[in-house]
Design a protein around this ligand. Sequence first.
Ligand code: PHB
Length: 393
Amino acid sequence: MHFSTRILLLASAFAFTVPALADNATPVKIGVILPMTGPSASTGREIDAAIKLYMAQKGDKAGGRKIEIVLKDDTGVADITKRLAQELVVNDKVSVIAGFGLTPLALAAAPIATQAKVPEVVMAAGTATITEASPYIVRTSFTLPQNTVPIADWALKNGVKKVVTLVSDYGPGIDAEKAFSERIKAGGGQVLDNLRAPLRNPEFAPFLQKAKDLKPDALFLFVPSGFGAQLMKQVAERDFAKEGVKVIGTGDVTDDEQLQGMGDAVLGMVTSMDYSVAHKSPENKAFVEAFMKANPAMRPNFMAVGGYDGMALIYGALEKTKGDTDGAKLVDAMKGMSWVSPRGPISIDPETRDIVQNVYIRKVEKVDGQLYNVEFETMPNVKDPVKAAKKAK
Ligand code: PHB
């Protein structure tokens, strides 16, 4: 072979192998945006701890690439989330953005995910429409309608006919209110009133008094993670049980992170949710033990599990693409992925990019002196009912 041809061949071989090598040598950065301070700081702490646990257990490599987390605190303010998402994508060159403790925060980042073609993994927020805000959004938390319909069915089965709802007045609260009310009405029940309290600095007393005066069979509650203790303190002061009113809700209210502090007044409260720290499975036992060993002062809640599974989703996708961080390829790899989470079997609906999961009916009970949401019924493989209904039309 002529010498110059050999050089040319060598050079072209280099041209193909060098960038690939260099690419695999560069770490994949994941920009995590969470409320680490402010009223939803518990969500940030739980998810951050879960991400760290996941990486401590599985290592810091996926698809042959080193994984690096860049954590930012948006303090729960949407404008800050948006600016941070932009900076992470443009300056830090992250391949994935993840976290999002509240609906407005997840929505604020959506246009950036779309423009930059970067997957946005929603680990916490629960308004049903979030995944429709960008084709790059994939969710590992839950939707409120998904978690709400089962408690409406439980109420109907347990003789509840007249209901009042009280929710936080923003996306997920309105989703919960609608899902619950429509299901109750469809089952022959009656909705006496739909009450909404502001998300920030809520004063629940006047709403609770109004609910009590209406004498419903059940009062349905939703507030986001971190706000339940405040609500349940005021609920306890009104002794609904004495009036024959069942107090029910989604598990956001009896959040494992705050449940201990709520005291015996919440004993017997029935809720529906995708995760309880008391979930009985070998996967959850291992998860809870490891989480509490690494964070002795904390109990993992549904937010922690959303973060843990979000990492499993990102690692799994990178394995499938063999470390290729092209956004569309990563989202494609995430679609249809299924695995066993600490919460039970889960999968990503390839059409909606939402999570399909079991929803459990649970009752607050004391076990070994501690309060737990003890699961007693399982609705298997629940899809977001809003999107399922849209599709059926
Ligand atoms: C939300 O803002 O979407 C959200 C936050 C916390 C929850 C549920 C929903 O517990």
